[in-house]
Design a protein around this ligand. Structure first.
Ligand code: FA5
Length: 359
């Protein structure tokens, strides 16, 4: 056995230097140490040895095994080092060549402003809630006090889905405003509540610089006991002042929406002319009407009002106990005012030259 072990040792030490790949070394390793390898085979003869020879041969076997394993390891390291050196000298990289800048995307300006709006309302204790883009006729109109015969339906030319109408909820449609979210959230959360519902809405519009078929609105809803429209004025003044980072004033004008009573349009003081309605012409130096507010000193911003008792009932809330106010404004038009964008169609055009200006 001793001779056999010495023979294996000799073979390994002679062969290893001739092997020049890790694969070949691995194959040879298996030939020597594998389950059916030479070393394993020889050592299996231990059981037939005499009591005196067993420890002597056992010790020798272990020593040779350790020695050979080290020899394998050294040979592997040599091969790896040679491969590394080869690649360092042969694979040449020009470290001075200009790199390729990866294209980094950014958040769309509409989303950026939506997040800002959400943060400001969050800071005033409002939760951000969701509605559904595909709505039923009931939630979009009937529950909001706009029954089938009501002329207010004509003001929101609607995309209906080509599906059979439901007996209870009517046809399916693309929501024309975020107001159906009022009903859904009242039913889900009950009173009191304080939330905003931002989202996309859809109308079959004749498209021009201020009208899109797909645009974003932000709905607001506050329901509690002893609520009056005065707190809406305060909330909107605070919101617009924070958003525009400038002192903004607001005013109410009478407005009509079937789901509020009384209803108001809310305007804010023009930031371009500081509410004066006048500007000094850059070229002529003369006083002129401000172009942004058309000389009014105020910019039309949103619809609002006290939530109609009919709507509270649709939302499962007792109008004898609770009141509240609601509002809805267009996010696209807010963005246009904020960044002086002259055409709403830029916003969803997918034109990178446009969106990259908001990085
Ligand atoms: C509504 O949609 C009401 N639901 C708002 C409301 C909510 C009133 C709660 C009272 C209480 P209106 O149709 O005016 O109202 O639309 C609201 C805003 O959406 C408008 O002020 C405008 O900024 C924006 N908007 C309307 N139509 C378009 C359009 N085609 N393209 C872009 N923005 C639009």
């Amino acid at each position: 056995m001793k001779d056999k072990l010495e023979k294996i040792k000799k073979e390994v030490l002679e062969t290893l230097p001739k092997l020049d790949s890790l694969e070949a070394i691995q194959e040879f390793d298996v030939k020597i140490f594998g389950r059916k390898g030479l070393m394993t085979d020889v050592m299996s003869g231990m059981k037939d040895l005499s009591k005196e020879d067993k420890p002597i041969i056992g010790k020798l076997g272990n020593e040779i095994k350790n020695e050979l394993e080290t020899a394998f390891e050294i040979r592997r390291e040599v091969i790896e080092k040679e491969a590394l050196e080869k690649s360092l000298t042969e694979d040449w990289i020009d470290l001075t060549a200009p790199g390729k800048m990866p294209e980094i995307g950014t958040v769309h300006p509409l989303s950026q402003t939506q997040f800002e709006v959400e943060n400001i309302f969050n800071s005033m204790g409002f939760t951000v809630a969701d509605g559904l883009e595909v709505e039923s006729e009931y939630y979009n109109f009937d529950a909001l006090n706009i029954p089938g015969h009501h002329p207010a339906r004509d003001m929101q030319d609607t995309f209906f889905l080509d599906k059979k109408a439901d007996d209870e909820f009517g046809k399916l449609l693309l929501r024309t405003h975020t107001s159906p979210g009022q009903i859904r959230n009242m039913l889900k959360l009950g009173a009191p509540l304080r939330l905003i519902i931002p989202g996309r809405v859809f109308r079959n519009e004749a498209l021009d610089a201020t009208h899109e078929h797909t645009f974003a609105q932000v709905e607001g809803l506050l329901i509690d006991e002893n609520i009056s429209i005065a707190s809406l004025k305060g909330v909107m003044k605070e919101f617009l002042t924070k958003l525009f980072k400038a002192e903004v004033d607001v005013r109410f004008r009478p407005g009509y929406f079937p789901f509020v009573e009384p209803g108001f349009e809310l305007d804010f003081s023009c930031l371009i002319c500081n509410g004066t309605g006048k500007r000094i012409g850059r070229n002529c130096g003369k006083e002129k009407d401000c172009r942004t507010c058309k000389g009014a000193g105020w910019v039309e911003f949103m619809g609002s009002g006290m939530v109609h008792p009919f709507v509270l009932k649709s939302g499962g809330i007792d109008p004898e106990k609770y009141q509240g106010w609601a509002f809805g404004f267009g996010l696209d038009r807010l963005l246009m005012m904020r960044y002086k964008i002259e055409d709403i169609r830029h916003l969803r055009s997918g034109d990178l030259r446009f969106v990259k200006q908001f990085n």
